[in-house]
Design a protein around this ligand. Structure first.
Ligand SMILES: CC(C)(COP(=O)(O)OP(=O)(O)OC[C@H]1O[C@@H](n2cnc3c(N)ncnc32)[C@H](O)[C@@H]1OP(=O)(O)O)[C@@H](O)C(=O)NCCC(=O)NCCS
Length: 278
């Protein structure tokens, strides 16, 4: 498997098909991809032989007055996921951006997609900077399945010491979480799906956990109403937490050690006085 810049219309057409397969929508057609590759950004592919099984599409953009790369899409075909291709495409993109003098690559992802959280936060050390409700409006995506398209905006400071350290040393140790207060208490319902039984958005502890389902796509296909509830409940938790000074410090992925549960770890940055006045 090889990561390389895509050049031909056949390759761009393969990316169109992949978008259709993954999202059921077309974010960038082959015409735009060809222009982007030549003049406006980066189109990377993950190839098995000559077959495109993944791609990354990014454009030169401006954020807070600085030039950045905005990575609008990355997808890996089912059956080729969890093999490190997403990670490798991000690394290749980083090298290209650094060579162009770019310091930040930003993108959005759905906070309820735990695989994306693992890749973005744990493997890459990207930082969550915003919560955008319904970011793309009514989004006809098959991944979204009728749930509002809320997104985290992440900033990957590709030249920072923190990112260099993470890429060299691997995931940071977030410490024990067993006794950490939780913004949401959950249970597995009789259908075998995770649901919230209590939300506590008034927590003031220095560190708080927010649990999310480890298999959001399954839930969205089996129980759309519950999936919608998860969106609205976690929207409330994240918006409130960010407003009172919490920031995402990391993500605990689902493993045997966590009984296949997964959590965002939020740390509070603001003083008690600021919190009391809110
Ligand atoms: C997001 C996506 C591009 C990642 O590609 P990928 O090649 O599978 O990514 P990687 O293999 O590099 O990394 C996936 C990580 O998630 C972990 N993971 C797998 N399933 C998981 C789950 N249910 N919960 C949490 N983490 C999970 C993997 O173990 C791996 O971590 P590791 O490298 O520490 O083992 C791919 O899943 C995809 O195409 N998703 C649909 C489209 C999408 O959401 N695109 C991103 C927004 S535009």
């Amino acid at each position: 498997m090889q990561i390389q810049l895509l050049r031909t219309f056949d390759e761009f057409s393969a990316c169109e098909r992949l978008q259709d397969e993954v999202w059921g929508t077309l974010g960038a057609g082959r015409e735009l991809m060809a222009v982007t590759q030549k003049y406006a950004g980066v189109v990377l592919g993950a190839l098995v032989g000559k077959k495109v099984v993944g791609f990354l599409y990014a454009i030169l953009a401006r954020r807070h007055g600085r030039l950045i790369h905005w990575s609008h899409m990355m997808a890996v075909r089912e059956g080729f996921r969890d093999l490190g291709l997403g990670f490798r495409m991000k690394l290749a993109h980083r090298n290209i951006a650094l060579a162009e003098g770019i310091q930040s690559i930003c993108w959005t992802y759905d906070p309820l997609q735990s695989r994306n959280a693992t890749l973005n936060l744990t493997r890459l050390a990207a930082e969550v900077e915003e919560y955008v409700p319904n970011c793309y409006g009514p989004f006809a995506s098959t991944i979204e399945r009728g749930v509002p398209s809320d997104r985290f905006v992440v900033n990957w400071r590709i030249a920072s010491a923190a990112v260099i350290r993470r890429l060299k040393d691997g995931p940071a140790n977030l410490g024990a979480i067993a006794d950490t207060p939780r913004a949401n208490l959950t249970r597995v319902n009789p259908k075998g799906l995770l649901e919230n039984v209590r939300l506590d958005v008034r927590l003031r502890a220095p560190r708080v956990l927010v649990e999310i389902p480890a298999q959001t796509d399954t839930m969205r296909s089996k129980a759309p109403e519950l999936a919608l509830r998860w969106r609205m409940e976690t929207r409330r938790i994240f918006q409130h937490s960010f407003a009172v000074g919490y920031r995402v410090a990391g993500f605990v992925s689902p493993t045997a050690a966590t009984a296949q549960k997964c959590f965002y770890v939020l740390d509070r940055k603001r003083s008690r006085r600021a919190l009391a006045s809110m």
